[in-house]
Design a protein around this ligand. Sequence first.
Ligand code: NAP
Length: 299
Amino acid sequence: MSGISVSGRTRVAAVIGDPVTHSLSPAIHNAAFAALGLDWIYVALPVRRARGSDAVRAIPDLGLAGMNVTMPHKADAARACDQLSDDAAALGSVNTVVPGHDGRLVGDSTDGPGFVAALREAGVEIEGGRALVLGAGGAARAVVLALGRLEASLVVAARRPEAARRAAALAPGGRAVSMGSLDLELSRANLVVNATPLGMGGEGPPFRTELLTPGHVVVDLVYAPLETVLLASARRLGATPVDGLGMLVHQAALAFKAFTGWDAPVAAMRAAAREAIADRGGSGRADASRRPVPPGLPG
Ligand code: NAP
């Protein structure tokens, strides 16, 4: 960010969330603008719960070039848009909003396509795979939708059976299974996706990792730390580990293209994401104590 120059002509993109200070998106997108020499800037805007729709509807009046949306605003943002991509409509959730020329707001969800791009980049064959997705939240639903489109057969395991059923229904033939049957489902699957926060605190997954084999591709959406206990086990047992960095970078690359019209400089974005994660001690969380608190703000 050094040497950045902001003028009245600088285009502005933003991410809204609550909280949003931990977001890696400013680091990723500003690195991309710098790599392409674009007079753009990307900022994180803390927007309180229940005010997400207002923030999205303000995009045209504020002249914002685009907006990313993170928790807890993704569903409100979808409702505030005039038009949704197929993915966003199916999920009822958006992470990217761009204003059209007529001021109409177009919402998209780039997580699923970002996930697929990351797997392709890792050389993983998805079509015809047998996937086990752990979790039924926003990320899991995007992954299930994307895998279902690619005709992978799919099971979803989550703590809340109803949430697992709703997520599984996003893929043709998708099934919800109980957490108690994870070991069995693991033996049937060749693609395992952790779409829960398990691993962020150094904990392992809720199944016997020793059941992983060289026939498994193991994807952890957690990106901080990059090498989770699950991925370390996968690596040790000869399975193919795929960390969450690829999805993080590719969902951002798709948003970048939607904002600017330019192909994203993926390598620069990946380097920035890696650096931001390392900068935060591998936790992905900003260490507030490392930055001075401006006068008048709570410490
Ligand atoms: P979310 O909407 O809050 O969903 C989290 C899911 O994990 C829910 O199904 C939740 O179950 C389950 N879960 C939470 N704690 C659990 C535990 N201790 N044991 C079993 N299940 C548990 O979150 P999300 O947005 O889907 O994100 C999930 C993870 O993916 C996060 O770590 C996030 O950082 C990561 N992610 C990565 C990317 C990327 O680009 N790499 C993108 C999006 C998300 P309950 O509903 O029962 O709580």
